[in-house]
Structure formats: C-alpha cells, structure tokens
Design a protein around this ligand. Structure first.
Ligand code: GUN
Length: 287
C-alpha cells in the first residue's frame, strides 16, 4: 500500500495566510509593519533563487523586504558594518545572512554579530543555547517547518521514537532538540553510526537531513512510519535534471505510513517559517 503524502505546498500556504492576517492586524491596530532584511554575498545561483523567493513572499505577506546584495569580494569588516546598521534599524525586525558565505568570510563570526532578537534563522549561539535549554528561542526555519507538519499529523508526539539522520547545525541538531522538547525519544544518526539501517528501522518518525541523494531506501523504513525528507538534491538521470530527496521515494512510499515528497514537501515550509519567525521577532520587539 502507498503512504499518505504530506502536501507541504498547501501547508505552507496556510502558514503564510495566517502570517498575512496577523501582519494586517499589526498594521491596523499598532501601525507597525514587520521588516525582513536578507543579505546575500556573491553570485551563487541557488542562493540567488532562494533570496528572490524570500523577498517575493515577504512582500506578499504584507511585510517590508530589504535586500542587500554584496559582491563576492566583500570584506568581513564591511559585512559586519552592514549587520551593525541592520541591528540598529528599528524598521528591521529580522536579519538573514544567506549561507554559504564565500570562503574568506567567517560564518560563525558573522552569524553571531546579528542581534539574537533579530536572528530569524535561529543560528546565533544564544538562540542555539536557549533552544537546547528549553527557553524562548528563535527556532531554525526548516526544523520548525518539519515540527509543524509532524504536530499536525500526530497531535502529540510524546513517547514516539524519532531518528534524525544528519547532524548539521542548520537542520539535524535543532530538529533533534525540537523533537526532544516534544517528548520524543530521539536518536541522531550520522555517517559513523553503526548499523544505521537497523537504527532507522526503529523510528516511528524518520527525519532525513544528510544532503545525499536517495541515500535512505525503503527497507530502512519501519512499516507505517512517518518519513520527513529534508533533502533537496539536484541530480541528472536519463539525461534530465531532477530534484530528489535524501530518501529513495519510490521504495519508501511503499513502506511508510506518511511521507513528504521532494519537491513539494518540507521545502516550501522553510520560507513560510521564516516569515512566521519575522512576525514573532516583530511582536517581541514591540511587547
Ligand atoms: N542556506 C540554505 N538554507 C539556509 C537557511 O535556512 N538560512 C540561511 N541563512 N542560509 C541558508
């Protein structure tokens, strides 16, 4: 039997509608318009597409969008000066520096220069610590989107076995923290995990965030499990370009109970959650 698909596109649209309604209210009642500043250094084509989409959807939600495109040879000092200016600007409630940065720039230094209250990516070390200790944090957008979809499906996640494959700071680690906060029993699996197939087969919830095309086959999935595929990998097959996840969809869909497709699963939720985080940052700034 084929698994139920989670329609991330439709889910993201409902999140954006809710954000737009709140933005409208903020404007009417308090005369405040949330603002998101996105900083892009260099000309990476994939990053340019993301940044364009972010700007478009920010405006569609009724928020202000400020794009700062800097050349690939921008110095660290100039980038830090821009961040200081954005930190001090009351019209800017959220700041996102698109990653990856060119090699000559220290990503950690740059991210930690952002005011944690405006860190809508949730990458600042303060937000990482707040999340890990169960305090009020800005939560990274992709894991937040995954959590929303899981809560929508299950209601309560309490007591479920969750396996997160991948240990990145952007997805794997914060995803594990969020699942733990929702009382899952959490395992993080990675490239050195012994008998990773067996570990995955113990998962009620399997989150794949490794960035390796179709690495997880259907026989790693427990029958009836929920599979959340965070991977967005561009491959070429039969002379055609294709977008695939970290899960081998064709075999996994026959075993899982519920699965997110690629494209159209987790992907659209990331920007929707970025907009939600920007609204949250704006509300907290005016509390
Ligand atoms: N590059 C890929 N994903 C992300 C993200 O979620 N945030 C930022 N800042 N850069 C990214």
């Amino acid at each position: 039997m084929s698994a139920q698909l989670i329609d991330g596109k439709a889910f993201a649209a409902t999140v954006r509608e809710k954000v737009a309604t709140q933005v409208e209210k903020l404007k009417e009642v308090h005369g405040i318009t949330p603002g998101l500043a996105v900083v892009l250094v260099g000309e990476d084509p994939a990053s340019e597409v993301y940044v364009r989409n972010k700007g478009k959807q920010t405006l569609e939600c009724g928020m202000n969008s400020y794009e700062h495109k800097l050349s690939s040879d921008t110095s660290e000092a100039d980038l830090l000066t821009l961040i200081e200016t954005l930190n001090a600007d009351p019209a800017v409630h959220g700041i996102l520096v698109q990653l990856p940065l060119p090699d000559h720039l220290d990503s950690d230094l740059v991210i930690n220069a952002i005011d944690p209250a405006k860190d809508v990516d949730g990458f600042h070390i303060s937000n990482v610590g707040l999340l890990a200790t169960g305090q009020k944090a800005m939560v990274p957008c992709t894991p937040l989107g995954c959590l929303m979809m899981l809560r929508d499906h299950y209601g309560s996640l309490s007591g479920l076995n969750a396996v997160v494959v991948g240990r990145s700071n952007i997805v794997g680690k914060p995803m594990a923290q969020l699942l733990l906060r929702d009382s899952c029993t959490v395992t993080i699996a990675h490239s050195r995990t012994k008998d990773i197939a067996e570990v995955c087969r113990g998962a009620d919830i399997l989150v794949a965030a490794v960035g390796r095309p179709e690495m997880i086959p259907g026989n790693w999935v427990k029958p009836g499990a929920t599979v959340i595929d965070v991977g967005i990998n561009r491959i070429e097959r039969d002379g055609k370009r294709k977008l695939v996840g970290d899960v081998d969809f064709a075999s996994a869909v026959e075993v899982a109970g519920v699965i997110t497709p690629v494209p159209g699963g987790v992907g659209p939720m990331t920007i929707a959650c970025l907009l939600a985080n920007t609204l949250t940052a704006c509300c907290r700034a005016h509390d």
